[in-house]
Write a protein that binds this ligand. Structure first.
Ligand code: PLP
Length: 469
C-alpha cells in the first residue's frame, strides 16, 4: 500500500532543512537523506507542491524545483494524476538500501564476532543429533537455554525461573512481539529521546503515539519529565535502556530506576527494559537490573552485541502470564527459534564473563581512539566519553548531521544522522559515531568525515537540543 506523507508531517520531519545551498537544493538534499536513512520509506507519496509550499512557508517554485531535482536524480517519480512517489534509484521499495557501494559502513553499532563463537557452534553441532527426533519448531526456547538465561539473572541478583524466559530471534523480534502483545492501537508509548531507531519504527508501525522523555550523554534522563508524562498521558507501555543507552551511552542511577519502576507499576504503564547493551561495560561496574524494583517490568535481552549479531538469539524475561500471551501472538510472526543457534547460545552463556571482558577491551580501545581522532580533527566538538556502550553521541553545535551524512556518503562513509534517533526532526545537530570498528576503519572514518565536513557549511539558527513531543 502506498504510504502518503502529509505536508504537515513532512514539514515536521524535515526539521531545520535549510543549508548554505539554494533552498530548492537544500530541500531536495534533505528529502534524499531521509529516504536513504529510512525516515521516509521508498514507495511513499510526497504531498502536492502547493500543500508543501504552504506547510514550509516557501514559494511553490522552490518546492517544484526541489521535486524536479529529485526526479532528475531518480529519487522521485511523478505520474500525472497519481502524485510523486519516492524511490531509491537501485529499486529497493520500502527498504533502507544496503550501503554496498559505501566502503565504510558506520551505520551499525555492533562489533565483529566474539572469538569463542566457532567453538560454541562446534558444541552445537555435536549436540544437535540429540534433538533431531523432535519436529524442531521451538516457540518457547530450549529448556536448557531458558535455564542458562535465568541463571544469568540470578547471578545479577534477580531471582528468575526458566518459565519466566522466552527465547526469541534477537531483541528486535522480542520488541515486536511485546509491542503486539502489550500495546493496543490508540494508546501511547513512552520512549527515551533519543532512542534506538528500530524501536521508533516498531512503535510507529503499530500506530502508537509516542511520548518523549529526554536523555543526554552528560545529564542522563529527565526523570521528572518522564514521571509527568506517565502521570498525565498514561502510556500503556514505556521503552527504556537504563544501561549504556543507545545512542547516548548513559547509565541510569539506581534511584532513578527505582523511581520510574515504582511509578510505572502504580500507574499501569508496562515498562519494557531493553538490556541488549547492558553487558557493554567499559569502566562503570555493575548496576541493579531495573526489574529488581518491580515485578511488572518486562526485560529484553540479546547475545547480539556481546557474542555476535549474526547469532540472532535474544529473549524476553517476564511474568508467566505475559509470556503465555506472547506465545499466542508469535505464530503470526514466525514459528520458532532455530535449534543450532540456541545450542551455541547455551555454550556462550557459560562464558559471559569472558565475552564481557573481551568486549570491554575492544570497546575501550575503540572509544579512546575515536575520541582522540575527533579531538585532533574536530576540536570544536565537545565529546563526552561514555563509560560503556558502543558509540559516541556528539552535539556538533553547528553542523547539520543530515547534510554531513549525505556528504560523507560521497566520501565513502555511511552514517546515521541524528534525527533517525528522534521524533519530528529532532537531533539534527547530533551525530552518532560507533566505536565498534577496527582501528584502521575508525581512522579512515574520521578522515572521510573531515573531507565531508569541508563541503558542508554551518546552518544559521539552532535546533532545540531536546525537543519534547
Ligand atoms: C538497544 C537495542 N535493542 C535491540 C537491538 C537489536 O538487537 P538484536 O540484534 O538482538 O535483534 C539493538 C541493536 O542494535 C539495540 O541497540
Amino acid at each position: 500500500m502506498t504510504q502518503i506523507v502529509s505536508a504537515r508531517r513532512l514539514a515536521r520531519e524535515l526539521g531545520e532543512w535549510r543549508s548554505h545551498r539554494a533552498a530548492y537544493l537544500a530541500l531536495a538534499d534533505r528529502v534524499r537523506v531521509m529516504l536513504i536513512d529510512g525516515r521516509l520509506a521508498s514507495g511513499s507519496r510526497l504531498p502536492a507542491e502547493r500543500e508543501l509550499s504552504s506547510a514550509l512557508q516557501v514559494s511553490r517554485t522552490t518546492v517544484a524545483a526541489a521535486y524536479a531535482q529529485l526526479r532528475e536524480d531518480s529519487y522521485l517519480h511523478s505520474v500525472r494524476g497519481s502524485g510523486s512517489t519516492l524511490s531509491l534509484p537501485d529499486g529497493h521499495r520500502g527498504a533502507i538500501p544496503l550501503p554496498q557501494e559505501v566502503p565504510l559502513d558506520f551505520t551499525k553499532a555492533a562489533a565483529a564476532a566474539y572469538p569463542g563463537l566457532p567453538a560454541a557452534y562446534q558444541f552445537a553441532v555435536e549436540q544437535l543429533p540429540n534433538y533431531l527426533s523432535h519436529q524442531g519448531f521451538d516457540m518457547q526456547g530450549l529448556p536448557e537455554l531458558r535455564a542458562a538465561v535465568a541463571d544469568h539473572y540470578i547471578e545479577r541478583g534477580l531471582p528468575t525461573t526458566p518459565d519466566q524466559v522466552l527465547i526469541t530471534l534477537g531483541a528486535q523480534h522480542a520488541l515486536s512481539l511485546l509491542t503486539h502483545t502489550i500495546y493496543s492501537p490508540g494508546e501511547r508509548i513512552l520512549i527515551e529521546h533519543p532512542t534506538y531507531p528500530h524501536a521508533i519504527d516498531t512503535f510507529l508501525a503499530a500506530g502508537a503515539r509516542l511520548l518523549a522523555m529526554p536523555v543526554s550523554s552528560e545529564g542522563g534522563w529527565d526523570v521528572a519529565e518522564g514521571q509527568m508524562l506517565i502521570r498525565r498521558a498514561a502510556p500503556s507501555m514505556g521503552f527504556l535502556m537504563p544501561d549504556f543507552q543507545n545512542p547516548t551511552g548513559a547509565s541510569m542511577s539506581a534511584d532513578d530506576r527505582e523511581r520510574l519502576a515504582r511509578l510505572a507499576a502504580r500507574e499501569g504503564t508496562t515498562l519494557v527494559v531493553d538490556e541488549t547493551t547492558a553487558s557493554l561495560d567499559i569502566d562503570r561496574g555493575s548496576m541493579p537490573p531495573m526489574a529488581s524494583f518491580s515485578g511488572s517490568i518486562v526485560t529484553v535481552g540479546s547475545l547480539g552485541k556481546l557474542a555476535w549479531g549474526g547469532l540472532r538469539i535474544g529473549w524476553i524475561r517476564g511474568s508467566r502470564d505475559l509470556l503465555a500471551r506472547v506465545l499466542r501472538t508469535r505464530p503470526a510472526m514466525d514459528l520458532g527459534t532455530p535449534l543450532l543457534e540456541q545450542l551455541a547460545s547455551i555454550h556462550l552463556l557459560g562464558e559471559t564473563d569472558l565475552m564481557a571482558a573481551n568486549r570491554s577491551r575492544g570497546l575501550r580501545a575503540g572509544r579512546d581512539l575515536l575520541a582522540a581522532e575527533l579531538a585532533r580533527h574536530f576540536p570544536q566538538w565537545p565529546v563526552h566519553l561514555p563509560d560503556g556502550g558502543m558509540s559516541l553521541w556528539i552535539n556538533t553545535g553547528e553542523t547539520s548531521s543530515s547534510a554531513l551524512a549525505l556528504a560523507a556518503r560521497a566520501e565513502g562513509l555511511a552514517l546515521v544522522p541524528g534525527p533517525r534517533f528522534g521524533l519530528e526532526g529532532a537531533f539534527e545537530r547530533f551525530l552518532r559515531l560507533p566505536f565498534t570498528y577496527r582501528d584502521d576503519e575508525l581512522r579512515a572514518g574520521v578522515q572521510a568525515l573531515v573531507r565531508a565536513s569541508r563541503s558542508v557549511g554551518s546552518v544559521p539558527g539552532r535546533m532545540p537540543l531536546q525537543a519534547v513531543i
